[in-house]
Design a protein around this ligand. Sequence first.
Ligand SMILES: C[S@@+](CC[C@H](N)C(=O)[O-])C[C@H]1O[C@@H](n2cnc3c(N)ncnc32)[C@H](O)[C@@H]1O
Length: 361
Amino acid sequence: MRAEPFRSIVVTPPADDPGEPRLIELIRAEIDASGPITFARFIERALYEPGLGYYATSAERMTRAGDFVTAPELHPIFGQTVARQIDEMRQRLGSPADFTVREYGAGRRTLGKALPAGMPYEPVEFDSARPRTSFPGVVLANEFLDALPVHRVVGRSAGLRELRVGWSDGRFVEVEADLSDDRLATWFESRHIRVADGNVADVNLQMLDWLQQVGHDLARGYALILDYGKPAELLYGPERPTSTLRAFRGQHVSSNVLGGVGHQDLTADVDLDALADGAVAAGFDVLGRVTQAQFLLNAGLDELYAAARAQADNDWDRALNLRAAVRRLLDSSGLGAYAVVILGKGVDAEPPLSGLVKRAV
Ligand SMILES: C[S@@+](CC[C@H](N)C(=O)[O-])C[C@H]1O[C@@H](n2cnc3c(N)ncnc32)[C@H](O)[C@@H]1O
């Protein structure tokens, strides 16, 4: 059986809440004015509409009290391990005075708090001003790419078609239409992938735009990307006839992506091959890709665990919490199976970074 990613352990029936009325009205007005909109546009408004979208109305979405728990929010040991890798990157770059860690999709900035004292940290959110260009350092992105709005296409014998969102009988509905962007066809053709008849696939064009932007802004350094995703053959192959776009709410997953507008997260698996191709096209070298469990162990999770365990010796709850968190971080059917991709720009690939070198466990 296919291992389900961490963020889809519990499957519940679709929510019957249609969503935030003012947001529904705005999206509906756009459809009335210009016809069915792409899924990417629908997701953009549902998640990021100023003052109304899912991420625009609460900073607590990725916590236990919210709708899903990300690794940084699970336990500080995750951030401490990531910080170790980042510190090594800084040293590899010769510790330049203007070294900066820029985190995209920083959320509650929890990873920033784990960085060594005094290390410059620049969180970027969807509503941040365009950050400065040309800096040496590290671009960090944890569960960021999966939150970018995706297009959805469907394979047909006459060629690819795009799924859009229309309005009918008082609700949002899926509508089939022409492709809205030439890059949707190129996404598959350039990699010799044929989306089988009736299969639905997600296309994250914004990921390509983002790679171009960071490739331009980062003068020299690394991109450390942690997310759930799969190689193309697993995402679009016969095992996966439907798209991975799904909704999260109250720690549950549902396939009702057109309901609960503004009240639920929408997310899709990252195409790891497209990520690598897009990175190379943006001037990066792909230095390596490992599972999150491998990365954390390679980067020194065990040592940090031993030290934290010793400190928690007389505190039963703290010790248990630490142990449970480490188990979850390494779980090969959950967070441990996430992908960690490290890109380099203007840096030596050898010797490999410690996060990429297998340690004995
Ligand atoms: C799943 S959350 C992850 C938050 C945090 N990295 C964590 O792991 O807890 C995705 C984050 O990406 C942010 N985001 C989405 N689109 C963005 C964009 N275009 N630029 C910057 N941040 C964005 C969202 O607002 C949200 O905070």
